[in-house]
Ligand binder design. Structure first.
Ligand code: CA
Length: 228
């Protein structure tokens, strides 16, 4: 389960991240509305925690644009303000739940659990496919016809990103951010290393799918040609 935290107060964001990670979630942080929206639109998250007062784009506007793009990821709005009008505005924008700061860690975790249980996207994405490849999200198993391999956590995260964006170019920075997160000390060459691991696994599986490199741009997963 992957959670996106969009919160500009660095200490609160770090606390939320620790709390969620201790509870077994993978959590990424965006510190302003613009990067939050950008990350949210990748559709890799199971839940989004969204602050209202944010630099660049406020939380209500982030949510409105997210829903306007057809993204249905459950959103839990966080705000220090408790006025009823804010709550109404949040729900009008398509928020699934509203939590007023300060809140109890247990209360937050209960909300996140409730929202992931009813996530409709989750049920639809138990397997991802690309051409002859099938990625099972519950077991991290990648298969092609009769062959299958188990992926490591990082390999899985990276391939999942590529499959969700197949045919599109993903930059190294984007992959780095998605797989290792903001706070990590991982560098561009970590991406190269994991791309080479994944390529070896695709070869081992005899898949026609390929991860292509676009010089100076990034990587793209393509289905490959049907044999003539
Ligand atoms: Ca704020």
């Amino acid at each position: 389960m992957r959670v996106l935290i969009v919160e500009d107060e660095a200490r609160l964001a770090a606390t939320l991240q620790d709390l969620l990670e201790m509870d077994g979630y993978t959590a990424d942080v965006s510190h302003d509305g613009e990067s939050g929206l950008d990350n949210a639109l990748t559709s890799i998250y199971d839940v989004i925690l969204l602050d209202v007062m944010l630099p660049k784009i406020n939380g209500f506007e982030v949510l409105r644009r997210l829903r306007a793009e057809g993204n249905a990821t459950p959103v839990l709005m966080l705000t220090a303000r408790s006025e009823v009008t804010d709550k109404v505005q949040g729900l009008d924008c398509g928020a699934d739940y509203y939590l007023t700061k300060p809140f109890e860690p247990r209360e937050l975790l209960a909300c996140v659990r409730a929202l992931t249980r009813r996530s409709p996207e989750l049920r639809n994405t138990e397997t991802l496919t690309c051409g002859d490849l099938i990625l099972e999200q519950s077991t991290f198993t990648l298969s092609c016809a009769e062959r299958s391999v188990r992926l490591s956590r990082k390999e899985f995260d990276m391939l999942e990103m590529l499959m969700l964006n197949q045919g599109l170019v993903l930059t190294k920075e984007k992959l780095l951010l998605k797989v290792w997160g903001y706070e990590s000390e991982a560098e561009d060459n970590n991406v190269e290393v994991y791309i080479s691991f994944l390529r070896r696994k695709l070869e081992h599986l005899h898949s026609r799918a390929k991860i292509t490199t676009l010089r100076m741009a990034g990587y793209s997963l393509v289905q490959g040609e049907d044999p003539a």
